[in-house]
Design a protein. Structure first.
Length: 507
């Protein structure tokens, strides 16, 4: 399986060489660094990587290049690879170009040249962590959706063989198994066993005709009884690779006995996944429940004289199955809430993350224009925060960021929107507020931050903040232009000496 690629794009070879050297020295050998000297060359490399199905988690681009600018390149890459993150690394980017990169290409971070290597590597590692975390969440969501569909089959029973065929179809459309869409389900025979009725029979299968391991042939009972009770990823010398997932009856007098086997083929390049094994474990438990129900139905048909007794037993166990189902549904609901939290919340501070803040801010801007209400936006950046990380360590820096986030939250109003939009950068949307009112609120926040003392081990750390404030203008239904003005006002505060507030020139 080919290594994931980090693509660096700059029209200066010396810059590219420096980027490659820093990335190779600070990242594990699990990544390949590709270089391009123009946007056009970068797009050719992207096209080739896509054809080879090579993963591209991160693209680092310069803004000012001959031919295609960096924000244009990021936008085109985003169209081709929506999940790929982008970092803009330049000394000449305008607010508009950064805004375009943020809006059109979902820019992860803007870093000025010349860059600090530690800050650059930290940004790259953070971007990679964000990429793989989001990828894991998406994969987990796909698995949960598949489980929901399978559970619907249990709640709406019909012909047993059709149910298992539908279950197999759902599984083969889930991550890890959709590439080959090849698998089969064997279960212990529900009917009479004899010369024409094997003890284990294949109930559902897809694309098994060319199976070199003969898994689709009739298997003997003793062969299945030898299977380990754990889910295993089995690789053969002929490059075939498949998961062998035993279907075990969870509760019976023969507890732990195998009542079926699920075979699912994966690509030879597949890496064993705990998420996939957990998903298969849940699927096998559900299939075991389906088999249990099928066995009861068949027993009722064959032993009508015991109908009353069997119905009572089945009702009792069905209630138990529904209790188990309710618990599983509660787990799914809890997981979905956790997914929603991580998708919208900055993990360190508990504030809105960058993506969610922009969505909320755009919504407030649209609402303010529609109802002709005032709105103010403020950008806050902690002064000399890199010094805190350098002197006390990044763990202390994280503690400071968390405490400052609490200070900001304690000093805003209930209807204000607060988010962390960068490493030490925060943003506040203040609906129903004019520029002067926004400045007064920000002054309260600025003073509260300046008065805050953060205790980290034997050290007491204090920081200050520079703030830029702007008011939403007429006909602005989005937040992008206001963000640029507030950012400019923030830079004015930095230039004037820091630890103060600046309004944009026309506010």
């Amino acid at each position: 399986m080919s290594k994931p690629v980090i693509l660096c794009v700059d029209d200066e070879r010396m810059i590219l060489s420096s980027l490659k050297s820093q990335l190779q020295n600070n990242l594990m050998a699990g990544y390949k660094i590709e270089l391009a000297e123009s946007g056009e060359e970068a797009l050719e490399i992207i096209e080739e990587l896509c054809e080879n199905q090579t993963e591209v988690p991160l693209v680092i681009v310069d803004q000012i290049m001959g031919g295609m600018y960096g924000d244009e390149l990021l936008a085109q890459i985003k169209d081709r690879l929506p999940k790929t993150l982008g970092i803009m690394l330049t000394g000449q980017a305008s607010a508009d170009s950064v805004g375009n990169a943020v809006n059109k290409a979902d820019l992860f971070r803007y870093i000025s040249k010349p860059w600090d290597e530690d800050d650059f590597i930290l940004t790259v590692k953070t971007a990679l962590q964000s990429y793989y975390h989001q990828k894991k969440l998406v994969r987990q969501d796909c698995y949960q959706n598949a489980l929901n569909k399978i559970l619907q089959f249990v709640l709406h029973p019909r012909a047993f063989n059709d149910q298992l065929s539908d279950v197999l179809t759902v599984i083969l459309n889930a991550p890890d198994f959709s590439e080959l869409k090849k698998g089969s389900i064997f279960i212990e025979s529900l009917g009479q066993i004899g010369p024409d009725h094997p003890e284990f029979e294949m109930i559902a299968a897809q694309n098994h005709e060319d199976d070199p391991d003969n898994l689709h042939h009739e298997n003997k009972l003793e062969d299945f009884k030898k299977i380990e009770p754990q889910i295993q990823l089995i690789s053969r010398s002929n490059a075939n690779c498949y998961y062998q997932a035993p279907i075990v009856l969870p509760e019976s007098s023969l507890s732990g006995s195998i009542m079926g086997v699920l075979y699912l083929y994966v690509s030879p390049s597949h890496c064993e996944s705990q998420q996939a094994k957990s998903f298969l474990s849940s699927v096998c438990h559900t299939i075991a429940g389906m088999i249990r129900l099928a066995q009861y139905n068949l027993a009722i048909e064959h032993h009508s004289f015991k109908l009353e007794e069997l119905v009572e037993k089945r009702t009792t166990e069905l209630h138990h199955a529904l209790d188990v189902q309710a618990k599983q549904n509660n787990v799914l609901l809890k997981t979905n809430k956790e997914l929603e939290y991580y998708a919208t919340t900055d993990e360190l501070t508990g504030l809105l993350n960058r993506r969610c803040f922009f969505e909320r801010a755009d919504h407030e801007a649209y609402r303010s224009q529609r109802y002709e209400r005032l709105m103010v936006l403020a950008m806050l950046d902690l002064d000399f925060f890199k010094t805190v990380n350098d002197e006390y360590g990044h763990q202390a820096g994280d503690t400071v960021l968390n405490e400052i986030a609490k200070v900001i939250s304690d000093n805003v109003r209930d209807h204000d929107v607060v988010g962390r939009v960068g490493g030490e950068e925060f943003a506040i949307v203040m609906p129903e507020t004019n520029a002067q009112g926004g400045k007064e609120l920000c002054e309260r926040i600025r003073q509260a931050i300046a008065d805050t003392r953060v205790k980290v081990g034997p050290h007491t750390i204090s920081v200050s903040t520079s703030i830029g404030v702007t008011a939403l203008r007429e006909n602005e239904t989005g937040i992008c232009a206001a963000m640029s003005r507030a950012d400019q006002a923030l830079y004015d505060s930095k230039r004037k000496g820091r630890n103060l507030i600046s309004l944009d020139y026309e506010a």
